[in-house]
Design a protein around this ligand. Structure first.
Ligand code: SAM
Length: 203
């Protein structure tokens, strides 16, 4: 935790970066090997029957598309209208809905989900403990949180370390598993040295 910046990343204009966001290998998943690596992880993380997946901070919808291709129904939420437009066109014709809204309090009313899927978003949100409590409340009985996070950079790292995230989850869930992702270069399109991981949590 020491030396890691944790908290809202207020200086990114997500509308402005939406058009080029998918240029990063792990964002756009355009390289078949990178795409295959993420598809294999999602297959293991998501239920083995068609499920309702809430993708929060969905960005351009790259993970939403993989989940949809695996037979799941997707609701995506992002604060950026431009990101949501990209996601809508990427998943056009599929059983998927995209909403502009706050990932910390998504505009889904009374709807509940089998999976709350969040990649690279939690660490940017103020009060992650409150947000995690809210996300747990969006799950149906038997549902799960799939949180993909990390600590990016080695000189001035930013992000949320796995230990911090599991400590925040401990009072909220019965089962937490951390899957380390840094060693799998196929996910990132290159070797990485910083901390990258997924947390699978079930109340
Ligand atoms: C690093 S990108 C990750 C996008 C996507 N989850 C992925 O893995 O490709 C962060 C995304 O979170 C969105 N975001 C940031 N703060 C948000 C908030 N408070 N509510 C909803 N979306 C937010 C941004 O617009 C952006 O699309």
């Amino acid at each position: 935790m020491v030396g890691v910046t944790l908290g809202p990343m207020t200086d990114t204009d997500w509308d402005a970066v939406a058009a080029t966001f998918d240029d990063e290998p792990d964002h756009g998943l355009r390289d078949p090997l990178v795409r295959e690596a993420w598809a294999a992880r999602l297959l293991a993380w998501l239920p083995d029957r068609p499920a309702d997946v809430l993708d929060l901070g969905c960005g351009t919808g790259s993970l939403s598309l993989l989940a949809s291709e695996q037979g799941h129904r997707v609701t995506g939420v992002d604060a950026s209208g431009a990101m949501v437009e990209h996601a809508r066109s990427k998943l056009a014709g599929r059983a998927a809905v995209f909403l502009v809204g706050d990932a910390g309090a998504p505009p889904v009313g009374e709807e509940r989900f089998d999976v709350v899927l969040v990649r690279h978003v939690l660490w940017t949100l103020p009060d992650p403990a409150r947000v995690l409590r809210h996300w747990r409340g969006l799950l149906r009985t038997g549902g799960r949180l799939v949180l993909v996070e990390g600590v990016w950079g080695t000189v001035s790292p930013v992000g949320i370390p796995a230990d911090t995230l599991t400590a925040l989850l401990a009072p909220l869930v019965a089962d937490v598993r951390v899957e380390r992702l840094s060693g799998d270069a196929r996910l990132w399109g290159r070797e990485v040295e910083d901390e990258r991981y997924a947390v699978l949590a079930q109340p």
